[in-house]
Design a protein. Structure first.
Length: 123
């Protein structure tokens, strides 16, 4: 019991235990503050937990999003057709190719020829 090394090691261990205990107290105090803030509706998460209107709005938004997705999966609307109808997609690609060819033709032509072509198509 008179050995100094054992005493020194025990003293260090107890000192570390006291410091760890103090750190734990501070951490628990911080956690309590965070939980209290959430319960009071502070911050984004607190508002989500406490505010019923925000919950209803989020639920409505998710319902609308589900309905839109279902319509698209059924092929309703332009996006739904684009996703589900291969013929529609082929027509869009063909139209874009025609526009690209027309643009290339106009780039090769001179300014007067472009004006003449445009005037000819109008009249």
């Amino acid at each position: 019991m008179k050995e100094d090394t054992l005493y020194a090691n025990t003293l260090v261990a107890v000192t570390n235990l006291v410091a760890t205990s103090e750190d734990m107290k501070l951490t628990l105090a911080d956690a309590r503050k965070i939980v209290a803030g959430l319960q009071e509706g502070r911050g984004t998460v607190g508002k989500l937990l406490v505010d019923e209107s925000l919950f209803r709005e989020t639920t409505n938004m998710m319902t609308n999003l589900r309905e839109i997705t279902e319509k698209m999966n059924r092929g309703n609307g332009t996006v739904g057709q684009l996703i589900n109808d291969d013929a529609f997609l082929k027509n869009v690609k063909l139209t874009l190719q025609k526009v690209e060819k027309a643009t290339e033709t106009l780039e090769d032509a001179g300014p007067l020829q472009v004006i003449g072509t445009a005037a000819g198509s109008i009249f």
